[in-house]
Each structure stands twice: as structure tokens, then as C-alpha cells.
Design a protein around this ligand. Structure first.
Ligand code: UDP
Length: 258
């Protein structure tokens, strides 16, 4: 584990050179996996995350089916090689908790009533962890659900706010997460409706409201990147489809058999 640094902020800059309200760099690729109905690979700072969505599909065992809606299942898993100190494969208290809160973060936005008796299965695999894996996983899952064509009120976007050296900072890195005074992951819709808020550490009431504002700016930036990634993927696909149709239409009669 890294040593606790003496100072987290020097001359307005954090350990990795960011300002207090700056995000780590984010890279998004949608539709990475051929066999999933929807998927997304996301890098956020040192995090490398893969999200896959399957469904809506018939839920087994049948006694778990709901007559009036689909059941959203969410599995967050950290690969044993994703962190410095190898972790035991399989579920842990932490991964069960993260799976539960992540599933709940999607409950207000997924139109589950459209698909009775089915399940929508979301898998988040953390390939490399570097603080904020739950928020990164939720951002990737949000895009994988959209990629799978699951009807939703909108995307959700996630970002953490924390406190180090007595100052609020956006999007914690590893040292800030491990040794900071507070860590508050937040998930929001584009309209600012909070679907998940957790807090570890201490903030005053005034700090809490400021932290929420800062989280909103982070979620807005993430939302914009998610939106751009979807537009890129689907405009490219749409253009390719139109071109194919154009070529088919333009082909002279009889060419189809050749
Ligand atoms: N971490 C680790 N080993 C573990 C769990 C977590 O090294 O078994 C690291 C990992 O980098 C993770 C960070 O600690 O991103 C913070 O973990 P936390 O439980 O706060 O969740 P996260 O911030 O990833 O959502």
C-alpha cells in the first residue's frame, strides 16, 4: 500500500497535478464484447473496467420471476490481479455491498415494467483498480445498458467527492481515497436526481452541500463524455448501415447471386 503523503494539495495542485475540481482522464469504448447484448470498456485514471449486459432474458429459477416487471441483477467483481495485493477470487462483503448499491442506483431509471418475468443482468469486471471503481463500474454499466437497448429514463452518471487537507476535491485518486478525511460517491441522472449517495468519513453540513454541488459538476462532465461516446458509436454504425443499404440499392439486378 502507498504511504500516507504529508500533504495532498501543494500550490493548488493535487498529487497527480490536478486541480481540486478536475476529473482524471476518461476513455470510453462502447460495444466491446460480441457476445453480450450491450457492453462498455471504460478507463478512468488507473481504473480499467468492463461492463456487460445480457437481457431482457427469461429469469431462472422461475420462482424468482416477477409477474409485473423485470428483475435487474448486478454483479460487481474485482479480478484478483486488479490490485497491488492479490485479492481472493469470488464474492466478498465489499463486492456484495457494491453490487447491491449499484443495482439500486439503476432502479429509478430502468423501465422494468416493459419486460415481466425476465431478468436484465449487468456484470461489472474490474480489471485494474485505482480508486473509484464503483463509480467507474456504474458509468460503464449505464452505457452497456444503453448499448443493449434497455429502455431507460436516461443514463446515470457517477463521480466521487472527497476531502483532503481540509479541502473538498473531485474524483479521488488512490492516496486521497485511502488516507483522505471523507469519500462520497454520488450517482445522478442528467436532471440531477440522486440515485445513490454513500459517505465514508466526516463532512460538516455546509461541506456536505458544497460536496454535492461539486459532485454534480463531476457527474455533468461524465454525462457529457458518456453521451459523446454513444453518439460516436451509433452515428458510425448508422452511417455504415446507410452505406450498406445504398450499395445494395445501387447494385445492378442479378448482382445479388454473385
Ligand atoms: N482496494 C484494494 N483492495 C481491495 C479493495 C479495494 O486495493 O480489496 C483499493 C482499490 O484501488 C479501490 C480502492 O482501494 O479502488 C478504494 O476502494 P473502495 O472500497 O473505497 O471502493 P471504490 O473507491 O473502488 O469504489
Amino acid at each position: 500500500m502507498n504511504e500516507k503523503p504529508e500533504h495532498f494539495i501543494v500550490d493548488g495542485k493535487r498529487l497527480d497535478g490536478r486541480r481540486v475540481d478536475e476529473l482524471r482522464s476518461i476513455k470510453i469504448e462502447i460495444g466491446t464484447l460480441d457476445r453480450a447484448d450491450g457492453s462498455c470498456y471504460l478507463e478512468w485514471g488507473n481504473n480499467k473496467i468492463l461492463a456487460a449486459v445480457y437481457g431482457p432474458r427469461e429469469l431462472h429459477p422461475r420462482h424468482r420471476q416477477k409477474m409485473t416487471r423485470s428483475v435487474v441483477q448486478f454483479r460487481y467483481n474485482m479480478a484478483s490481479f486488479s490490485v497491488d495485493e492479490r485479492i481472493r477470487p469470488g464474492p466478498s462483503r465489499r463486492s456484495i455491498e457494491i453490487s447491491k448499491v449499484s443495482r439500486e442506483a439503476f432502479e429509478p431509471v430502468v423501465f422494468t415494467k416493459f419486460f415481466p418475468k425476465t431478468s436484465i443482468d449487468v456484470f461489472v469486471e474490474v480489471l485494474q483498480a485505482g480508486a473509484g471503481t464503483r463509480t467507474a463500474g456504474i458509468n460503464a454499466a449505464s452505457l452497456a445498458l444503453a448499448d443493449a437497448g434497455i429502455p431507460m429514463r436516461g443514463l446515470v452518471s457517477a463521480c466521487a467527492v472527497g476531502k483532503v487537507d481540509g479541502e473538498l476535491v473531485l474524483d479521488l485518486m488512490k492516496e486521497e481515497d485511502n488516507y483522505g478525511e471523507a469519500d462520497m460517491p454520488v450517482v445522478m441522472t442528467a436532471g440531477g436526481q440522486i440515485t445513490l449517495l454513500q459517505m465514508d468519513g466526516h463532512l460538516t453540513t455546509e461541506e456536505f452541500y458544497r460536496a454535492l454541488e461539486l459532485a454534480k459538476t463531476g457527474c455533468d462532465k461524465v454525462y457529457e463524455l458518456q453521451r459523446q461516446a454513444l453518439i460516436k458509436k451509433y452515428s458510425e454504425e448508422y452511417t455504415a448501415e446507410i452505406e450498406d443499404e445504398y450499395i445494395e440499392d445501387a447494385a445492378p439486378e442479378g448482382d445479388a447471386d454473385e
